[in-house]
Design a protein. Structure first.
Ligand SMILES: [Zn+2]
Length: 228
């Protein structure tokens, strides 16, 4: 008996076309709004229970221009690191994404960006304190900065996840960029945007005086309020 391969192998992918399209949108949007330049950054989304009952992720490929990237270029990888689908190499920071997913079951998506004001504070080794509402609502607290080290291995990923902790949704990699997480890709992207906007305002406000720092637990969000 012969097995006939499906005409379009992606139609039975663990990652739906909608998920792949949302990732591609966020990749292109990250360049448009100045969170990344050229092929910088990477994005992944958790695919619960799709790898023999365990979770997998779909992640952007390594070194592909976003304007040339297609939904079929993304790579599906088990949380154990097994490449399950895709013809291209996964992002070089795959081991870091995996460590963050392993530590935090609540994390459904990861957005890595290399935006300018995050990197100004990261190069100074400074923590990013929340001074804007969006930052405190989405990142949920001060974002710590890791000292510089090369970022493509699991040890780095474990330290990155440990420094982020379980309550905050982002961490700065000194001299490199930001890793933001969320319970959806939409929220992880909002975190990356909010931290960059906050970093710029924090830097400018600190130059002019002493900014008022917000504390997540002190924010009284009215019952039923829609978030900005
Ligand atoms: Zn990077």
């Amino acid at each position: 008996m012969t097995t006939v391969a499906p005409a379009n192998p992606r139609t039975d992918s663990r990652a739906s076309r909608a998920v792949r399209e949302e990732i591609l949108y966020c990749c292109r949007e990250s360049v448009r709004v100045g969170l990344n330049f050229n092929t910088q950054g990477n994005i992944s989304v958790r695919l619960p229970g799709t790898h023999d009952g365990a979770d997998a992720i779909v992640i952007t490929p390594s070194d592909v221009r976003y304007d040339a990237m297609s939904v079929d270029d993304m790579v599906v990888v088990g949380l154990d690191g097994t490449v399950l689908e895709g013809d291209l190499l996964p992002s070089t920071e795959l081991p870091v994404h995996l460590e963050h997913y392993l530590r935090r079951p609540d994390v459904q998506a990861i957005v890595h960006t290399e935006s300018t004001f995050v990197n100004v504070l990261g190069a100074l080794g400074r923590r990013i304190d929340p001074v804007l509402l969006n930052m405190v609502l989405y990142a949920k607290g001060p974002v710590e900065t890791m000292p510089f080290e090369f970022s493509t291995n699991a040890d780095f990923g474990r330290r990155s996840a440990e420094l982020m902790g379980d309550a905050v949704n982002a961490v700065v990699w000194g001299n490199h960029g930001l890793l933001a997480v969320g319970t959806s890709l939409k929220l992880a992207f909002k975190v990356a945007v909010a931290v960059e906007e906050n970093a710029e305002v924090l830097l400018r406000a600190s130059a002019a005086g002493t900014p008022n720092v917000l504390v997540y637990d002190d924010i009284d969000v009215p019952e039923g309020a829609r978030l900005p």
